[in-house]
Design a protein around this ligand. Structure first.
Ligand SMILES: [Fe+2]
Length: 284
C-alpha cells in the first residue's frame, strides 16, 4: 500500500501522500479510517481530486450522506457534492455558510446520525482569510482530569438551530425567535464512545444546553469545554492550497474557518460519510 503518512502536531493532524486513484481501494480506505480516529484530521496536500474521485473515496470510507440536500448549493456540479462558498452566484443561500466562522461539528443538528467524516477539497483559495482550524475533541477530552471526566459521564447535550442563529443574527425579530424555537432539537451523549473505546466531546455552535441542568449552568459548562478544546495543543490550522483535500473525523473535530470576503472567490467542495452510531432520540 503506497500511502505515506507524517504527523503534523503531536496530538492532532497528519499529512497523507497518496494518488487519488489509490484512495478508493478498500484496504487503503480502512487504513485512512484508522488514521482518522487517531489523528482527527488528515490532509492530502495538492492531491487534486475530481468530484468523481472525491465521491469514490467518500464511498470507500462508508456510506455517502447528503445532509445539506435541501440547500441549493448541493448538486450544482455533481450529485452529493455541496459547494461551500459565500459567492451568491454559486450558493443561493450564502448566509448559512456564516455559521462555519464558529467552532462546530457537521450535521450534528439534523435528523440523521451524526456524520462519521467530512471531506473538503479546495477549488479556489481566498486572498485573505479562509484558513480552516480543526480542534480535536478526542485529544481535549483525554486531557481532562479524572474528576472532570467523571462529571461529564452520562450527560446529554441538546443541539438546536436557535443556538446557531443567536450567534449569527444581531437583532432577531419576534418572528425570527418564534421560527428558530419551533425547529427540532437533537440530543447526543456529551461524550461519545467509538467502538475502539476512544472518546470525544460533541460540542460546538449548535450545542444549546445540558439536559436536566439549569440552562445557564449548562451553557457555562459548554463554553468551558469549547474553550478547553480550542487550546493550541489540540488545534491545527490549515492554510489551503488549490487541490488540497482535508478529511476529518466529524465525531471528534470541532472546526471553523477564518472569515473571508464574500467576493474572495473561495470555493470548496464537501462530501460526507454517514454516521454509524445513532443519536439519542429527537428531543422536541
Ligand atoms: Fe463544517
Amino acid at each position: 500500500m503506497g500511502i505515506e503518512v507524517e504527523n503534523i502536531k503531536p496530538l492532532v493532524g497528519a499529512r497523507v501522500y497518496a494518488r487519488p486513484e489509490e484512495l478508493a481501494d478498500p484496504a487503503v480506505a480502512r487504513r485512512c479510517l484508522e488514521l482518522l480516529e487517531q489523528r482527527t484530521v488528515l490532509i492530502f496536500p495538492r492531491i487534486n481530486m475530481t468530484n468523481e474521485q472525491q465521491l469514490a473515496f467518500t464511498d470507500a470510507l462508508g456510506e455517502r450522506v447528503n445532509f445539506t440536500y435541501t440547500s441549493k448549493a448541493s448538486d450544482i456540479e455533481a450529485q452529493d457534492v455541496y459547494t461551500v462558498t459565500l459567492d451568491p452566484k454559486l450558493n443561493p443561500d450564502p448566509e448559512g455558510v456564516h455559521g462555519t466562522f464558529f467552532w462546530h461539528m457537521d450535521g450534528v443538528n439534523s435528523p440523521i446520525d451524526q456524520p462519521k467524516a467530512s471531506l473538503l477539497s479546495c477549488r479556489t483559495t481566498a486572498p485573505k482569510g479562509g484558513q480552516t482550524e480543526f480542534a480535536s475533541t478526542y485529544a481535549s477530552y483525554e486531557a481532562l482530569s479524572d474528576e472532570d471526566k467523571a462529571e461529564l459521564e452520562g450527560l446529554v447535550v441538546r443541539h438546536r438551530t436557535c443556538a446557531i442563529y443567536r450567534q449569527l443574527v444581531e437583532f432577531p425579530t419576534a418572528e425570527d425567535n418564534e421560527r428558530w424555537n419551533s425547529m427540532p432539537a437533537y440530543d447526543h451523549l456529551l461524550v461519545k464512545t467509538q467502538p475502539s473505546g476512544r472518546r470525544s466531546l460533541i460540542i460546538g455552535l449548535s450545542a444549546d444546553s445540558i439536559v436536566g441542568m439549569p440552562v445557564l449552568e449548562g451553557r457555562a459548562l459548554l463554553a468551558r469545554l469549547n474553550d478547553w478544546s480550542a487550546q493550541s495543543e489540540f488545534v491545527y490550522r490549515h492554510h489551503w492550497e488549490v487541490g488540497d483535500l482535508a478529511v476529518w473525523d466529524n465525531c471528534g473535530a470541532l472546526h471553523r474557518v477564518i472569515p473571508y470576503a464574500r467576493d474572495s472567490g473561495r470555493k470548496m467542495n464537501r462530501t460526507s460519510v454517514a454516521g454509524t452510531a445513532p443519536n439519542l432520540a429527537t428531543a422536541a
